[in-house]
Every structure is written in C-alpha cells, then in structure tokens.
Design a protein around this ligand. Sequence first.
Ligand SMILES: Cc1ncc(COP(=O)(O)OP(=O)(O)O)c(N)n1
Ligand SMILES: Cc1ncsc1CCOP(=O)(O)O
Ligand SMILES: [Mg+2]
Length: 214
Amino acid sequence: MLHKLTGLYAITPEGDTKTLLKQCTAALEGGCRLLQYRDKMAAPKDQLTRARLLRQLCDDFDCKLLINDNLALAATVQADGVHLGQSDTPLLQARDALGSDALIGITCHGNLALANAAHKGGADYLAFGRFFHSNTKPNAVAAELGVLAQARGQFNKPLVAIGGINLDNAHQVINAGAHMIAIGGALFGQANIEQTARQFCRLFEPSRKNGISP
Ligand SMILES: Cc1ncc(COP(=O)(O)OP(=O)(O)O)c(N)n1
Ligand SMILES: Cc1ncsc1CCOP(=O)(O)O
Ligand SMILES: [Mg+2]
C-alpha cells in the first residue's frame, strides 16, 4: 500500500532487543504506520538483529520501516528507506543504492536552503526541527515554527517536524504545517505506548486539524 506520509512517525529509543520489540509492537498496535529504527549505541550485529526483527514486525502491520543513518543496513534488511542527516551519506548516493521506490528523508534543521537542496535532490520528505527541547537529542539544532509554513509555500513535499514533540505541543507543529510528527520520548517513554500512539494518530483526524490539509 502506498504510504501517504502523514501522521505519526515513531523514532525508536535505545535499549535491549526484547524491550525494543515490545515497545514497537505497542506503537504499531496503536496505529503507527511509519517507524524509524534509530540506534546510536548497539553493536552492528545487534543492530542487524533488531532491524531484521523490526522488518518482520512492520510487515505484519503494513508499516513502513526507515533506518536512520545506515544505508547498508537499510539495504540488507530491505527497509523501505533511510533517514539521512547533513553529515550522513549524500542523498544521491543513497538514491543510487536503494532505488527510486525507496523513501529517503533528509534533515533540514530550520534551514530552507538545505530543504531546497534536498527537494531538488529528490528527497521524499523534508524534516525540520528540533522545535522544542529534546531529551533524546538535547543539542540538536533548533528551528522556528515559522519555517514549516515557509516550506509549505515553497515545496510540494511531505514535511516532518521533530524534536521534543508531545501531546501538549503537537498541535503547534501540525497547525504550522507539518504533515508528520516524529516522536521519540513522548511516545516510547510512556507507560501505555499503544494508547499514546492512538492519541498521536487521532491528532491527524480531519475534524481536529484546524483546516490544514495533508
Ligand atoms: C525524521 C527525522 N528527522 C531528523 C532526524 C535527525 O537526523 P540527523 O540530523 O542525521 O541526526 P541523528 O538522528 O542521526 O542523530 C531524524 N533522525 N529523523
Ligand atoms: C533525532 C532528533 N533530531 C532532532 S531532535 C531528535 C530527537 C527526537 O526525539 P524526541 O521526540 O524524544 O525529542
Ligand atoms: Mg543521522
């Protein structure tokens, strides 16, 4: 099924394999259909194990799986795509390696020039943030909410907002123009991940969106 690139985009937390699987299963049970495996800590063999398990899990739920940073891992497990930052593998190299069907997202911080380059280079979505304080990545470059409206005006492409987004502030980035909200701690740090995922997904139901169309 073609993913519309809208709604909740879950970013996995660090932790052991069993906990990760349990947490991600809950997020998918709650309606998440876009998952990024982001792992800065585990040994390569554990990352391979986890990515394979997540591939199977995502297949069971018809959820798209993207791998953060690691193009080779994405290719090996046949992920749906990769998320790349400005210091990661160049977009064109990733496109060559993964092909035209792969979903490739690019970090643009709060910078429209970076977004323009990613847009022209054929990125599938443009990611902006961090918009709020992030416990997951406290030193991430900060972005202004206004960049989302500007990006809406310039690029006909799905926009992701990331960084410290929770159920209390998500409406700010959605109303500013984000098509997707990338959530780490405010989802996986909750006692009831399934219910929290459902609450994030509900923010994208048409009646709640204050006129912003996906
Ligand atoms: C959806 C999304 N947006 C931004 C990022 C950050 O990517 P990057 O700048 O490469 O930083 P790290 O995540 O690698 O620390 C992301 N991962 N996902
Ligand atoms: C990877 C990344 N890039 C900018 S903020 C961030 C972390 C997102 O996680 P959280 O939702 O816990 O702030
Ligand atoms: Mg990166």
